[in-house]
Design a protein. Structure first.
Lengths: 71, 170
């Protein structure tokens, strides 16, 4: 029923299922919090092909930076 | 010394032209989804079968590929046998550095990643790009500091995509 999404498991059931699979629940900070989204939002307005072209241009710009200035 | 210009689309064109089966992973895949992390190489997860090894090797030879970091005096022919002899390879090609990974940490390789992959068209090339959720999972599983930084960006990206979807639904 859980796999078919016909029911949502209670916390205890979820915990038990995870343990069987060799996992456990742990509290960790939500990833992505505090990240500036401005560049991401701009990129999301583009097509994957346009994003690829920008990625290539940026990588080539990086290649022009003298070695030793970046790690 | 001729400067090699990073041209991942050219690499992908060569690979698809020869019918190679692979999924784009790594930072460049993240860029295709909308991440703003700079990607200066291309990583792919390839299918493990003899026919695919031949296709990969043919495409790589066309791009004058040589194994990265290898000493010139040690021969390393880029052929199907080379792919049979190992799992992960980094090649320097005339279009930049390309990483070939058969079993990225946190996944069971190509069959695992192709399931959720999306087909994207880059200029005239159709390629499979690993699902954003899978890229996040792989970054988390890898656990290297640079991957954990990228994980934060990818998670923010995922949230932005979900937010945009909710807004478009009204």
């Amino acid at each position: 029923l859980i796999e078919d999404e016909k029911t949502s498991p209670r916390f205890e059931t979820l915990e038990r299922l995870l343990v069987i699979c060799g996992f456990e629940l742990a509290l960790i900070p939500l990833a992505g919090v505090g990240i500036d989204r401005t560049a991401i939002r701009n990129l999301l307005r583009l097509t994957p092909a346009e994003r690829a072209r920008i990625a290539v241009q940026e990588a080539r710009n990086l290649e022009r930076v003298p070695r030793g200035l970046i790690s | 010394v001729t400067q090699i210009l990073f041209d991942p689309i050219r690499v992908l064109k060569h690979l698809t032209l020869h019918g190679a089966r692979f999924v784009v992973i790594g930072s460049f895949a993240g860029r295709l989804w909308g991440s703003n992390i700079v990607a200066d190489d291309l990583d792919v997860c390839y299918a493990r079968d003899r026919k695919n090894y031949r296709a990969l090797a043919t495409a790589l030879r066309e791009m004058s590929a040589r194994l990265s970091g290898r000493r010139e005096e040690i021969p390393f022919p880029v052929d199907a046998t080379a792919f049979e002899s190992g799992d992960d390879f980094t090649f320097e090609t005339n279009s930049g550095i390309v990483g070939f990974v058969s079993m990225p940490t946190g996944s069971r390789g190509f069959p695992d990643l192709i399931r959720g992959a999306s087909e994207m068209v880059l200029d005239s090339v159709r390629v499979h790009v690993a699902a954003l959720e899978d890229l996040i999972w792989l970054k988390r599983a890898s656990g290297r500091p640079k991957d954990l930084v990228e994980l934060e960006i990818l998670a923010a990206l995922r949230e932005e995509i979900e937010c945009a979807k909710r807004e478009s639904r009204g």
